[in-house]
Write a protein that binds this ligand. Structure first.
Ligand code: AGP
Length: 615
């Protein structure tokens, strides 16, 4: 939700800010803007509705010479996407400018008070309230910019990551965070600032992640100064980034989404590396082995997540219950936080989030911690809030995921949940060594099998997608392990092609959705070999009997469903618990090609943002 970039140094700030905004566009693309602070004390603000490319076109004939600046790409919360509501916002006297990611919950009260003091507002945003408040404090209290920002933030209720510049401080950016991410890159006589480290990874690997409640004075030629809102100095923790620039580029693919789908053999290998040892006989998840007693004695596991991560969580329930015989509850984080949840001290709460910044999941983590549960995080983004706020955890190690529709992160999450389940089963003795080794050996083959699926099915799916592009509704059905895969397949299609799609447990179809079935509505059935295979064959027949058009994902060599379905996509045979990773790949490709056929922007689908840091 909104991306922030800042730069201060000797280079042309505009170039760095624009490149950085492009990298952060996954966070929102309703409008974009920059504020450039020239050394002679002039602030130039340029902003437009739409994507960063619109901003570039708008700026083509503008004065862009400055070595300090802040920039923003917006996912609208307060006020429609428009030039006026675009960031940066500025104080009425034009002396200071701000970019903001988050929401100021008490902005109305603050706004009314400022109106009483004669302030006038131009936009509908909560952010304009904050910048006016800062300038009001700076003038009335005759204090420094740093102090004014600090005092203003003490009055704010809500979430924010902000960057503030002032005309009379061309060598300074003030930054602060509360519940929205912000990281400062430390270069050679230059500083960078961004919502994540991707905008500056080619300039420096040294960075400092701001913590909640911290405020930083970033001044060229001086050391960083970070305090809390009471002005107590904070310790500065410098982190070295592991990310590389090639991970942030398309590498010859037309879209990040396709690149990320095709990266899965490698990302899954990275995810497994060092965790499946002795040729599959032993599974090591450090977050589990470091907390043996917790996992040994856990009475229940509660998994919280949102969106695609919630689908991975549902698979986690099947995996953990099957392998570890521990009862598992899966909750949408947004529902969990307001449901007065019953959490016990011997519960383990697992929070899953690709970004590690999803506001609802983060709030669920806090609630679980307050209730005394052991909280374990599964995330992709190193140093993000959820890994920092949880007691232990596990990274999925799939590299930056830029496409808004999650693909490689989903398979990484499912892989980590599979390994976690095996590790806990090993610990609790709920699977024999032989059973562990059987699954462990197959886990090692998954990257090769996913590669095979991509090689054998990509062209076929591209061709087949033409048949399905103009359907207006889709039904996705699966049972057992394939049910969450059906949900995820339907979500992928919705997100990027804007076709309505419903995921359903196949047997539930006859309790309602069967009424929808006709020749116009394709049904995608996920039916690999497994203990419910015969049951799903009946469901396939039920759809066919109503004239439905069926696309089925089946195991190599399947003869039964192949006879009934209109089209089949065959995937390699795997133990049932490992099929979701394999069967979800053709569904990712199907949604990708349908969206391409419809001319949609697959990497930046309308209304979505990758990191949802608002409620
Ligand atoms: C996935 O394709 C979606 N863009 C979305 O559902 C996402 O999974 C959800 O917002 C949760 O994000 P997180 O994993 O970063 O917490």
């Amino acid at each position: 939700m909104c991306g922030i970039v800042g730069y201060i140094g000797n280079r042309k700030a505009y170039d760095i800010l624009i490149k950085g905004l492009h990298r952060l566009e996954y966070r929102g693309y309703d409008s974009a803007g920059v504020a450039l602070v020239a050394r002679d004390g002039k602030i130039n603000i340029f902003k437009t509705k739409g994507k960063v490319e619109n901003l570039e076109a708008f700026c083509a004939d503008k004065d862009l010479g400055a070595c300090t600046g802040i920039a923003h790409t917006r996912w609208a919360t307060h006020g429609e996407p428009s030039d006026t509501n675009a960031h940066p916002h500025y104080s009425e006297d034009g002396n200071i400018a701000i970019v903001h990611n988050g929401t100021i919950e008490n902005y109305k009260v603050l706004k009314d008070a400022l109106i009483q003091h004669g302030c006038k507002f131009h936009s509908e945003t909560d952010t304009e309230v904050l910048v006016q408040l800062i300038e009001y404090i700076r003038i009335s209290n005759k204090c420094s910019l740093f102090s004014a920002v600090r005092q203003a933030l003490k009055q704010v209720v809500g979430a924010y990551a902000i960057a503030v510049v002032a005309k009379d401080k061309p060598d300074t950016i003030i930054a602060a965070r509360q519940s929205s991410p912000l990281v400062i890159g430390i270069g050679d006589n230059e500083y960078f600032l961004a919502s994540d480290a991707t905008p500056f990874v080619e300039y420096t690997k040294e960075c400092v992640y701001l913590k909640d409640g911290e405020i930083a004075e970033i001044k060229q030629g001086e050391s960083l100064r970070i305090t809390d809102l009471d002005n107590e100095e904070s310790e500065i923790d410098v982190t070295t980034l592991q990310m590389s620039i090639s991970q942030l580029e398309k590498g010859g693919y037309p879209h990040f989404m396709l690149k990320e789908i095709f990266e899965q053999p490698d990302t899954l290998r990275d995810c497994i590396r060092g965790r499946v040892v002795d040729r599959g006989h032993r599974i090591i998840i450090n977050g589990v082995s470091d907390n043996r007693e917790v996992f040994k004695n856990a009475k229940r596991i509660v998994i919280v997540a949102c969106g695609t991560s919630w689908h991975a969580a549902l698979l986690g329930r099947y995996l953990i219950q099957d392998m570890c015989r521990i009862p598992v509850v899966v909750e949408y984080a947004s529902e969990f936080r307001y449901s007065n949840p019953v959490i016990n001290k011997d519960d383990v709460v697992i929070a899953i989030s690709q970004s590690g910044e999803t506001a609802d999941t983060l709030a669920a983590v806090q609630i679980a911690k307050e209730a005394g549960a052991f909280v374990f995080g599964i995330s992709n983004v190193v140093g993000s809030s959820i890994p920092r706020e949880t007691y232990a955890g596990c990274y999925i190690h799939v590299g930056p995921e830029i496409g808004v529709a999650s693909t490689k992160a989903f398979t990484g999450q499912v892989m980590v949940l599979t390994l976690l389940s095996l590790a806990v089963a090993q610990l609790r003795g709920t699977m024999t060594d032989d059973q562990i080794a059987q699954v462990g050996k197959c886990v090692l083959k998954i990257p090769t099998y996913v590669k095979r699926v991509l090689e054998t099915l990509n062209d076929k799916i591209e061709r087949l997608s033409l048949t399905y592009t103009y359907a207006r509704n889709f039904l996705y059905l699966g049972r057992g392990y394939s049910y969450p895969v059906a949900l995820e397949g339907a979500l992928k299609l919705k997100e990027i092609s804007y076709i309505h799609a419903e995921g359903y447990p196949a047997a539930e179809m006859k309790h309602g959705p069967i009424a929808l079935i006709d020749q116009e509505m394709p049904t995608v059935i996920i039916a690999p070999k497994g203990h419910v295979y015969e049951k799903i064959v009946s469901n396939v027949q039920q759809v066919k009997a109503r004239g439905g058009n069926i696309l089925a994902i089946v195991t190599d060599g399947d003869t039964e469903i192949s006879k009934i379905a209109d089209h089949v996509l065959e995937v390699p045979e795997m133990p049932e618990c490992l099929t979701p990773i394999i069967t979800s790949v053709p569904l990712q490709l199907l949604s990708y090609y349908i969206a391409i056929n419809k001319g949609k922007d697959v990497d930046m689908p309308r209304n979505l943002a990758k990191s949802v840091t608002v409620e």
